[in-house]
Design a protein around this ligand. Sequence first.
Ligand code: BDR
Ligand code: CA
Length: 311
Amino acid sequence: MIDVIQDGDHGVDDALATLLLAAHPDVRIAAVGSVHGNTGAESAAANAIQVLDVAGLTAVPVAVGARRPLAQPVHLSTLVHGEDGLGGAAQTPDRRPVDASAAEQLVRLARAEPGRYTLVATGPLTNVALALLLEPALPRLLDRIVVMGGALDVPGNITPVAEANIAHDPEAADLVLTCGADVTLVPLDTTMATWLGRTELARIAAASDPRARFATRILAHYLDFYAAHGRDGCPLHDESAAALTVSPGLGRYVEVPLRVELRGADTRGMLVADRRVGATPDTPPVRVATGADRDGVVDLLLAGLLDRDAP
Ligand code: BDR
Ligand code: CA
């Protein structure tokens, strides 16, 4: 069993990642934390509650996390995910987030059962960095951390070189990627090549499963965004991170020490991979997914949205 804590900026793909994890027979979602990013931290928490409730996980606690990055003004990706983070489909949930912050919740769970939890981070890494500051032993207390973020050998999506989850809090990302935990990074190199196409979207749209109907509602605005950029369908960013959490064998990986560029006027938020031969970098390597079995990821997502007996 994989005991997962998801920390996300619950926009469209974070929500679909939650549904993928929720449906997987080997996963138990223990808690969710929200963070600024696609929308504000409060809206992201409300969205996380909404999607957990759609999945039938009405008892999973959700904690509101950081409302802003560590060292720069907040910037929300509402153009891609809509003002509410779910393309206009967000509803006020019946239950409230818990009183603790997302970082406090993460530290409390990790301390209570060392080695038990896998952290799946699908948003900016502010909460995880705060948790590392609260509990420096966190890397040893977590089983592993899977992060969606970064761009290694492909362009960024916020700047020419920076991906959103890293660019929205570069200082936090640098802390997490160098913390010494067992970290798997799932960057745009993998997620932009893991595309949800017209055929699968039609299947989801035709399904009567409440999870598929919810997915169709939240995907409309997101798909319009990609259509406006001449793309049919959408990438599976956070869903790929969720899929590689439950089935690491779907990915191809390199192990490389990473830093985040923090000072460049044009390069802030860029990943710097130390691929020198024979160098002895002072930061431990991170496992970076350079690609994934696209059909395998899509199958896991569809299993989270469609009734097992659906055609
Ligand atoms: C990442 O940024 C967010 O907009 C998505 O939810 C995903 O986590 C992709 O760059
Ligand atoms: Ca996200």
